[in-house]
Ligand binder design. Structure first.
Ligand SMILES: *[C@@H]1O[C@H](CO)[C@@H](O)[C@H](O)[C@H]1NC(C)=O
Ligand SMILES: *[C@@H]1O[C@H](CO)[C@@H](O)[C@H](O)[C@H]1NC(C)=O
Ligand SMILES: *[C@@H]1O[C@H](CO)[C@@H](O)[C@H](O)[C@H]1NC(C)=O
Ligand SMILES: *[C@@H]1O[C@H](CO)[C@@H](O)[C@H](O)[C@H]1NC(C)=O
Length: 754
């Protein structure tokens, strides 16, 4: 897992070559015998709750003995549920029982630096509320942590805040906690089949160490990877405390039942913010372990921040899209890691990637993979520099040019005595891959140039230089960042926010080489990773930062502050617009002074779910109580039945003009006496009106309501149109994108589906 999530996806794109690579199967691991069962009753005491789980299982299994053997987890802290081994018939019978609300199968998910903080304006000298910050506890569900990492040194920190109820066990390979890393546990009740899986919170992958140091790492001067990206590494809230809940494993990925157990623990331990860079499945909100866990967290005042996924640029690929989750897309910062490739004819082209090797000679012979094939049968494979396809005598001492088919071909070429590899690829060019032998990656245009040069001479030569930092235009949404529209609801725009997630430098584990690939001998305390996994802790950190100024704010208030203060992104460079970047780029120093907030209480979410057509029994799962009677709730008067900081209108096919009426209420958290005026930006063909156009406040926390009416006509070949509502008062700007989209737009054809 780890950023390899992003890499594994690459492999899946080259299915032909996939068979050779074992990791392809890792994500398909499935165990259809494990189910999660949500009970109808509220929680009693812990022992009574476990007893009731055993009782309902016994009634199915015939004996308490068999029942207790099949019980895998009892969730007893925050919600009344258990995980157990069941046959599909038993699962069906279980769901028919009166005392049971919902049964769903356990599934496996996958995991989805310091310059990045400066880039978005959170500088070491930025205002901080240190006293409160050190009382903030951030919980991460991830691959574990590296306790000896400098990022988690506890210099200057006193004992954990009194509210902390969590634990930090001592395990093999885990040296324990301190006043910075105050909690560390692991959750795994499934088979262990990978030598990298150590039953301890230790991070053998690097992903969890990376995300937690990005979120809340202490300051470390001179962080770098072989001299690249040198600077002070730090998290958003360097004084906050960290609690790690390890739920992702090399053998299985991240199991729903472990994720639920970790949420259950984190909520009762007393964390303030949960950051989870895991995804991979999308479903409805009541059978998605992350949505359920986050809902329970929200009800205890804890905001869950989650990654949007790395399945972009495909539309509708966003995951973790429940309205009570803050869903994070990934963007690039203004630094790229590039290597110059000098050709024998003097021409210099540019490739991307981390190549830490300095060439020894001025030029080396250059040849194409096809021309060094073992024999005519391996020509197709040698075009991709696949293992066993090339003739070592022809590779020796040369630079080889090949197409990207799988990761690690730089090492294959090196292993045959080659000098280096120039890899051509049409995609995956916005994030730097780390190479374990001299290599760089170029796009098709440059590939053609190199090919032309090779064909123009009998003795082509080239050299790959060590990687340098290059300044580029930013921000832009990463190509891999998952896109809307939200597959879970037509009424909620997702993702919510964008944050840096390309080439992020943060702490790493000493237990894994930089690439994790066979033969790599590069190790470092810091490394670059890319993914929405890396963007997520940036937002988690800013959520903690906002909370350090406003400890009493609800999760929805913190989320609203982060969204309405985001910086607008360029629709020109991000053609999916808000479906790529949500409300825009994270803007930490503004997020602590939002002026107004769109708050949402628990009942509003229930009303929203009823309106979305969820069954009362399924909603009960989220509340940890019996079925909800949706018909008893007041009818929602708004298009979306929720006080969301953004607005999304799905065009209706059977109507000439679709009209959406959005009702919103804002709460004054800015100056006591203030007047906010509305500015509306409506795209061509869309009419947006706001009533009233001015909101006056005379005291703190005063609420004011307004109505937004959006009228739009369906237009061929348009997926999304962007409008905007901004409330302004002095320096305060409260920004809400309003999008209109065609839910039947066919992403492949660019037309409407009928
Ligand atoms: C890496 O971190 C460990 C533990 O903090 C430290 O002992 C070691 O000196 C570091 N290595 C380098 C090269 O800085
Ligand atoms: C973990 O601890 C065991 C027992 O002390 C040891 O044999 C093993 O090498 C350790 N593994 C790692 C990755 O440190
Ligand atoms: C290929 O890469 C070069 C160098 O980064 C860049 O200037 C060029 O625009 C790229 N071409 C395409 C089609 O992406
Ligand atoms: C959500 O999924 C569960 C389990 O698969 C199902 O029982 C329920 O009907 C679904 N609800 C909605 C609104 O789709």
């Amino acid at each position: 897992m780890s950023m390899e999530v992003y890499k594994i996806r690459v492999l899946l794109h080259y299915l032909v070559l996939c068979i050779a690579i074992t990791t392809c199967h890792a994500l398909a691991a499935d165990n259809d015998e494990l189910y999660i069962v949500f009970m109808r009753d509220r929680l009693a005491t812990e022992s009574l709750t476990v007893d009731s789980h055993l009782k309902v299982l016994s009634s199915l299994k015939g004996s308490e003995h068999i029942a207790s053997k099949s019980l895998v987890y009892s969730y007893t802290q925050s919600f009344n549920a258990f995980a157990a081994k069941l046959s599909s018939d038993e699962a069906k019978m279980m769901s028919d029982k009166d005392e049971v609300l919902l049964v769903f199968p356990n599934q496996y998910r996958k995991l989805h630096t310091t310059k990045s903080w400066e880039f978005i304006g959170l500088r070491p000298q930025s205002k901080r509320n240190l006293k409160v910050e050190s009382d903030i506890i951030v919980g991460l569900l991830d691959t574990g942590i590296t306790p000896q990492s400098e990022s988690f040194n506890d210099k200057g920190l006193g004992p954990p805040p009194a509210k902390w109820k969590g634990t930090c066990g001592r395990y093999a390979n885990f040296s324990g906690c301190n006043n910075k890393l105050i909690g560390a546990r692991y959750f795994k009740l499934d088979r262990l089949s990978d030598p990298n899986d150590i039953l301890s919170p230790i991070d053998t992958d690097g992903h969890g160490t990376h995300t937690s140091s990005t979120l809340a790492g202490s300051l470390i001067p001179n962080a770098n990877l072989n001299g690249l990206a040198k600077g002070t590494a730090r998290g958003a809230v360097p004084s906050a405390r960290v609690a790690m809940y390890k739920v992702c494993w090399a053998s299985t990925g991240c199991a729903d039942m472990d994720i639920l157990a970790a949420f259950d623990a984190a909520i009762s331990d007393g964390v303030d913010i949960i950051s989870i860079s895991i995804g991979g499945l999308t479903g409805n909100y009541t059978s998605d372990s992350i949505a359920i866990g986050a809902f329970h967290a929200m009800r205890k005042g804890i905001l869950t921040v989650a990654s949007a996924g790395n399945d972009g640029p495909y539309r509708g690929s966003v995951v973790n899209h429940a309205p009570w989750i803050l869903t994070v897309a990934a963007s690039g910062i203004d630094r790229q890691l590039r290597s110059k490739v000098e050709l024998g004819n003097g021409e210099i082209v540019s490739g991307i990637g981390v190549n830490t090797f300095e060439p020894k000679k001025k030029l080396y012979p250059l040849t194409s993979g096809i021309d060094v094939a073992k024999n005519s049968d391996t020509k197709e494979a040698s075009r991709y520099c696949i293992e066993n396809s090339m003739d070592p005598t022809k590779v020796q001492g040369k630079l080889i040019y090949c197409k990207l088919g799988s990761w690690g071909i730089d090492s294959v070429v090196r292993g045959l005595g080659g000098i280096g590899t120039v890899i051509e690829s049409e995609s995956f060019l916005d994030a730097a891959q780390i190479f374990m032998a001299p290599a760089t990656m170029v796009n098709g245009t440059i590939g053609e140039k190199i090919n032309n040069y090779m064909h123009s001479t009998k003795s082509a030569s080239a050299v790959i230089h060590k990687t340098e930092e290059v300044k580029i235009e930013a921000p832009f949404v990463a190509s891999f960042s998952s896109r809307g529209p939200n597959p879970g609801s037509k009424h909620v725009l997702k993702p919510d926010i964008t944050a840096p997630g390309i080439d992020i430098l943060a702490s790493y584990t000493p237990l894994k080489s930089l690439t994790g690939l066979k033969g790599d001998t590069q190790y470092s305390n810091f490394t670059f990773m890319s993914g929405t996994s890396m963007a997520c802790p940036h937002v988690g950190g800013v959520a903690a930062y906002v909370k350090s100024f406003h400890p009493t704010w609800s999760p929805a208030a913190i989320k609203s502050a982060i969204m309405t203060t985001a910086k607008g992104m360029q629709p020109k460079v991000n053609r999916d617009k808000e479906f790529a970047y949500g409300s825009g780029q994270l803007n930490p120093t503004k997020a602590i002074k939002p002026g107004l907030i769109y708050d949402i209480d628990d009942m509003s979410y229930i009303q929203f779910l009823c309106r979305e057509g969820y069954k009362g029994s399924a909603i009960g799962t989220l509340l940890g109580q019996g079925p909800i009677n949706c018909s008893k709730l007041l009818p929602a008067k708004s298009e979306d039945a929720i006080n969301y900081p953004t607005m999304q209108l799905a065009l209706k096919r059977n109507q000439e003009t679709t009209i959406g009426v959005f009702r919103r209420t804002v709460t004054n958290v800015g100056p006591r006496i203030s007047v906010y005026n509305a500015t509306i930006k409506a795209p061509k063909g869309v009419q947006i009106t706001v009533k009233p156009m001015s909101l006056s406040f005379s005291k703190p926390l005063q609420k004011r309501s307004f109505t937004v009416v959006v009228k739009a006509k369906l237009k061929a070949n348009v997926l999304i149109k962007s409008g905007l509502l901004i409330w302004r008062c002095g320096n305060y700007t409260v920004r809400s994108p309003i999008v209109v989209y065609d839910p039947l737009f066919d992403q492949f054809e660019g037309t409407h589906l009928l």
